[in-house]
Design a protein around this ligand. Sequence first.
Ligand SMILES: *[C@@H]1O[C@H](CO)[C@@H](O)[C@H](O)[C@H]1NC(C)=O
Ligand SMILES: *[C@@H]1O[C@H](CO)[C@@H](O)[C@H](O)[C@H]1NC(C)=O
Length: 202
Amino acid sequence: MQRGILLFLCTLVLGRTAVVYNKCRITRALNDKLLYDKRLTYMGDYFPKDYKIFVRYEEVLRCQNITSLNNQGITVEELRYLWGIINEEILIKIKKVLPDRHPSMGYIMELQKIFKELLRDDIEIQTEIIQDIMERLSRADDIGPWKSVRPKALLDNCYRVLHALYEEECNLCKPRSEAEDDTLCPPETTPPITNSSSHDQR
Ligand SMILES: *[C@@H]1O[C@H](CO)[C@@H](O)[C@H](O)[C@H]1NC(C)=O
Ligand SMILES: *[C@@H]1O[C@H](CO)[C@@H](O)[C@H](O)[C@H]1NC(C)=O
């Protein structure tokens, strides 16, 4: 019950923000869709127990990946783009395994719509590391190696990295319960994501 009230307050605060950049508007919509309860229902409860999806290693983009790529000088902009591309691909894969009338179908399609909007502006990828990852991602689907991952785990990663990359700039509402808190990047693995490609080694 309390959670419901807090959720409502959070929505009110967001509604009042006068200047909302488009990007932040989209990421907030995404944040809302990816809240713990929804991930649990649509990606956990509605799937058979222990159901797994085969994805590429590169499609498992975790907090540690982001931290490590950032330490290698990858900019926030490129990280956001990579995260967007990877999750777009993941959604396609999840959708492929769903029968047409599966209760999660609408949810996945709504997420796809949000990602499509978020990725409307292509950016030019200049960093070789990112280019390499993109290339591995674009390889034909029948070439492994593969990793089997639970659908919810994929969207948990999506949510964690969303927060690592956008929480500060877009004022994303934080989880409001302990169970949800667990689904964020642990603080020690997420130093503030910096923009500079030559920031000093701390
Ligand atoms: C993230 O890290 C894992 C494990 O180290 C690795 O297999 C995967 O390829 C990385 N993903 C990206 C996008 O670099
Ligand atoms: C990163 O840099 C770009 C331009 O170089 C800027 O528009 C953007 O706001 C910066 N992002 C952060 C999180 O500082």
